[in-house]
Design a binder for this molecule. Structure first.
Ligand SMILES: Nc1ncnc2c1ncn2[C@@H]1O[C@H](COP(=O)(O)OP(=O)(O)OP(=O)(O)O)[C@@H](O)[C@H]1O
Ligand SMILES: [Mg+2]
Length: 372
């Protein structure tokens, strides 16, 4: 069992609330010491999955093992896990020290052990200096560090984190991302980290489980899910993508608006003549005023807008049917202005093709993805 310490396994886990299937036959195997994010839109079942690991909810079907042990019927406080919530849930009338010590006191741990362990946990999150403060005397980031210390004081081998940085402003959030990741690799604890922020998941995780409607659409390391999205939904959720619907052809797809896509990667899933969805990332598209020799993987449009984001320029290129997003490093950009007529093109390596059975999903989720 000791070599499994920190391993987490879900086998075919289902959880229903009345007629709602919150988690739908989900299987996931997390290695000891791994940082895995559960990423997905609101309502896809992230929190429910975490609450089943924590023991606050019981699966209707399937099994969960933590550190090699089946946990069915085992109450939360006896599991080898601790949870950090989005709203730190610190006791407002207690000092940092007392907040972190609380759980150990409840368990009847002796005083000197409590003192040692609390000091150790506060040291881990660099909060020793503020041990005597009350929550209202601290920033959001500091309070969140205390919440992490309070979870770590029990020395769990798995830490469950449910949108722990969701309440922080952007800058603090980015600092805490780095801090948490460093802490995780230093302690070697397994982290199961829930977020709906794809950049956060990409920057912190060893692997990401992208969830939709209670199941995992794709599980993989950040590079794989970005480079090889398993579905149109993943392609739209990880990074950004432009989508065209159309029909699969021998070499790729013909979009409804007439754009011809030639793809270099083999697509077993999309039979010739059937509904297809082509996707090209904004950063894979090049703009120029000249008409290319080959008008496959290209279309003509009008620059509708230019935005500056540091060293990247974002163009919106408008055609009769749609707007297409293009991102260009400032250094490479030739000057283009709103109203300019341009050709957009991309290489066959940058074309993703999906069966259009998934088109509905993309369109349905698009709003949620962009609202953040
Ligand atoms: N206690 C409950 N009773 C009834 N339905 C619930 C309950 N908890 C969750 N659900 C439903 O289960 C589904 C999954 O909810 P869950 O909280 O796991 O989503 P989530 O991925 O954490 O979403 P969010 O990003 O908004 O936190 C949703 O449809 C939700 O409405
Ligand atoms: Mg949630």
């Amino acid at each position: 069992m000791s070599q499994d310490r920190g391993a987490v396994e879900l086998e075919n886990v289902t959880k229903r609330y009345g007629s709602v299937v919150a988690v739908d036959h989900l299987s996931l195997s997390i290695r000891s010491g791994e940082f895995v994010s559960l990423l997905g839109p609101s309502g896809c079942g992230k929190t429910t999955t975490l609450r089943m690991l924590a023991g606050f909810e019981q699966p209707d079907e399937g099994f969960i093992r933590i550190s090699g042990q089946y946990v069915q019927g085992i109450p939360p406080y006896k599991r080898d896990v601790n949870t950090v919530f989005q709203h730190y849930a610190l006791f407002p009338h207690m000092t940092v020290n007392e907040n972190v010590a609380y759980g150990l006191r409840q368990k009847g741990v002796n005083k000197s052990d409590i003192a040692t362990r609390v000091a150790e946990a506060l040291d881990m999150v660099q909060m020793s200096k503020l041990a005597d403060r009350k929550p209202r005397q601290m920033s959001g980031g500091q309070q969140q560090r205390v919440a992490v210390a309070r979870a770590l004081v029990n020395r769990p081998s798995v830490l469950l984190l449910d949108e722990p940085l969701g309440a922080l402003d952007r800058k603090l959030r980015e600092e805490m991302q780095i801090e948490l990741k460093l802490l995780q690799s230093r302690l070697g604890i397994t982290f199961v980290f829930v977020t709906h922020d794809q950049e956060e998941a990409m920057s912190m995780s060893d692997r990401i489980a992208i969830m939709l409607d209670g199941h995992i659409e794709q599980l993989g390391d950040p590079e794989t899910v970005y480079e090889h999205p398993a579905s149109a939904f993943v392609a739209g959720f990880i990074g950004r993508n432009n989508f065209w619907s159309g029909v699969a052809t021998e070499h790729g797809a013909r979009a409804d608006d007439g754009t011809e896509f030639v793809a270099s990667r083999p697509e077993e899933d999309v039979p010739n003549g059937q509904g297809a969805l082509a996707a090209v990332r904004p950063e894979s598209i090049n703009l120029s005023v000249e008409r290319p020799n080959d008008t496959n993987n290209a279309f003509q449009g009008t620059v509708a807008g230019v935005s500056h984001f540091g060293d990247v320029l974002q163009y919106v290129v408008h055609t009769a049917d749609r707007d297409v997003l293009v991102l260009t490093p400032r250094a490479n950009a030739s000057r283009l202005y709103a109203g300019d007529s341009v050709w957009a093109r991309w290489s066959a390596d940058d074309v993703y093709l999906f069966s259009s059975r998934q088109a509905d999903i993309v369109l349905a989720e698009a709003d949620e993805v962009s609202d953040e």
